[in-house]
Design a protein around this ligand. Structure first.
Ligand SMILES: [Zn+2]
Length: 169
């Protein structure tokens, strides 16, 4: 596996274990050339998926691309990599099982939005704003309103926890 930092090919596996839901193997790697550390996942691919874009063009489904767009949304948010991995696995599993192999891009976006909503509200809003291509502020407000209306959202749980943990005065 090539080092993502320096491009070195001689990276070593330091640790290897299944993720919590045992759907993939997680490997921690280190690059002896630059000291860079990174994690890789090994997982099952049930079938080949084709993404059908709005203009009708097809392209093979690219899991890494999906991961990158989710990571952009999650930037600087503290969400366990395992949870992110599980969310993505869930999205891919749904895509594999719900379609005949052809997936409209909108379907992917919807599933990722659902997944992110459960993980992190900020990442959800970020992803949704890119995905829905907001042009007007009221789109943004609508989605924030949607979150506030759901007492079960991750942010609300977090706030509730903070309140509970706060010392009584
Ligand atoms: Zn390196």
């Amino acid at each position: 596996m090539r080092c993502p930092y320096c491009g070195g090919l001689d990276t070593q596996v330091k640790d290897s274990r299944p993720t919590e839901d045992a759907s993939s193997i997680r490997r921690r790697r280190i690059c002896p050339d630059c000291g860079g550390r990174f994690t890789t996942f090994e997982r099952v691919q049930l079938r080949e998926l084709q993404v059908v874009k709005k203009n009708g063009r097809r392209a093979p489904f690219d899991r890494d691309k999906l991961v990158r767009s989710v990571q952009v949304a999650l930037r600087k948010r503290s969400v366990e990599p395992d949870r992110v991995e599980r969310m993505i696995n869930g999205v891919v599993r749904q895509l594999e099982s719900q379609t005949d192999g052809d997936i409209p891009t909108e379907r992917i976006g919807e599933l990722v939005m659902e997944g992110l909503k459960a993980l992190d509200d900020v990442a959800y809003v970020r992803f949704a704003s890119v995905y829905r291509n907001f042009r007007e502020a009221r789109d943004f407000n609508a989605i924030v309103g949607e979150l506030e209306a759901e007492p079960d959202s991750a942010q609300t749980r977090e706030t509730a926890r903070q309140r509970r943990d706060a010392p009584a005065t």
